[in-house]
Design a protein around this ligand. Structure first.
Ligand SMILES: [Zn+2]
Length: 419
């Protein structure tokens, strides 16, 4: 408290004091307050569960409390030191002075529809998103304290792991999400008796894994990434690491992206009959951060579809003729869409129409800049931004890149906000 008052007084003084040579030197900035958060996941295949322990070590008392979003269907047995308050939709934890421990159990199985899972634990493997193991939390801190987070895995004998984190020499993983104040281990994770390939591709640490016997085409995927990632890196930096995980039925037969990671059902081809690639589609989401704000889903989906095709064409995986045929087919599919903006979750025809619009936008930007700039430059800006993609944000980036207003383009009916 007294420290806060001192800082407040210093701030007021700084405001009140006239600028001049006699002004006393400002107080040195307070040293950064850091607390340690250690996550431990113990996978218990016989229970289909993960036992999660969060240990906080906080000698400077920077962390005041945490409030986790609670899913009563999946998490249970919340206990810990300090005060643990379990309510219907959230759990509030006030650790003891200098830190403490919070423990809970997560049921890993989760159905995406009647027949298939997007999270699954069996006796030989477990595939889950970190978000499910440590739910999102609101954090209250003192003096802007910052978490330094690590993850430790306790896996059954003979199991290995594919996770989107850097492994330290002591066996722990470093969890660092620069855009978050409270680092959590998010992204796709696979544990079990696995086949894994690990390699550096275009500067990124890539790990591809699937349970033994599931037909995950690790070598094919690695080859595909080796010849497509360099083309994307020319447009914007790649994430430092990429975890690609997959499994067969009864996992959901689709692809899903997460931070620095993606999931793909093992039955999906690397390139579909129509020339698009499920692997690259999800990969482009990972690269771009895969976050859409309101009215921006068509942009996120359209860019994923377009740049997965671009990566194939630029790497000469697809011939120009085949690429153009694929685009013509996509554009025909989106022909009857009236508004891309009104759709919250863009799919099928809407993302097809979005591909067409993004290509027209590329033409607009090129025309306005004498060919100096294009959609690639917009993507470069997007990859570097942590803001969710909304129509307004996207338009601002396009206009920044072009150096002029794109009023006519964005005034089109399908791009103006739905009433
Ligand atoms: Zn998508």
């Amino acid at each position: 408290m007294s420290r806060r008052l001192t800082r407040l007084a210093a701030a007021l003084f700084a405001l009140a004091a006239p600028a001049g040579a006699q002004e006393p030197a400002p107080p040195a900035p307070a040293a950064e307050v850091v607390y340690d958060v250690d996550y431990e996941f113990r996978i218990v295949p016989t229970e289909g569960a993960a036992k999660v322990t969060i240990t906080v070590s906080d000698p400077q008392d920077g962390l005041l409390s945490l409030r986790f979003a609670r899913d009563p269907e999946r998490q249970s047995d919340w206990t810990g030191s300090g005060e643990v308050l379990v309510e219907d939709r959230w759990v509030a934890w006030t650790p003891p002075k200098h830190g403490g421990e919070l423990r809970f159990t997560v049921r890993i199985d989760h159905l995406r529809n009647e027949h298939s899972y997007d999270s699954r634990a069996t006796r030989h493997w477990a595939l889950v998103r970190g978000d499910a193991l440590v739910p999102p939390a609101r954090v209250r801190t003192d003096r802007m304290a910052r978490a330094r987070a690590h993850l430790r895995l306790r896996l059954p004998e003979g199991w290995s792991a594919v996770v989107p984190y850097r492994r330290l020499t002591d066996g722990r993983y470093e969890i660092d999400n620069p855009e978050r104040r409270f680092d959590r281990p998010v992204g796709w994770m696979l544990f079990g008796r696995l086949g894994i390939v690990r390699e550096r591709v275009a500067g990124a640490s890539v790990a591809i894994g699937g349970p033994v016997g599931h037909g995950m085409r690790r070598q094919d995927m690695l080859a595909m990434l080796r010849w497509t990632l360099p083309t994307l890196r020319k447009v914007a930096p790649l994430p430092e690491r990429l975890a690609v995980v997959g499994a067969a039925d009864p996992m959901w037969r689709g692809g899903l992206s997460g931070p620095r990671s993606l999931y793909l059902h093992t039955s999906l081809p690397l390139i579909s009959e129509d020339g698009t690639s499920p692997l690259l589609h999800e990969l482009v989401h990972v690269w771009m951060g895969a976050r859409s704000g309101s009215d921006g889903d068509w942009i996120v989906e359209g860019l994923a579809e377009l740049y997965s095709l671009e990566a194939l064409r630029r790497s000469r995986t697809l011939s120009k003729r085949r690429y153009e045929r694929a685009l013509a087919r996509i554009e025909a599919k989106g022909r009857n869409v009236r508004s891309v903006v009104a759709t919250e979750h863009a799919s099928g025809a809407v993302s097809a129409r979005a591909v067409g619009l993004l290509r027209e936008l590329d033409g607009e930007i090129r025309a306005a800049t004498g060919g100096a700039r294009g959609l690639d430059d917009v993507v470069h800006e997007l990859v570097g931004s942590t803001e969710p993609v909304s129509l307004a944000h996207f338009r601002a980036l396009c206009e920044k890149v072009t150096g002029t207003k794109l009023t006519d383009f964005f005034a089109r009916r399908e791009l103006s906000r739905a009433p």
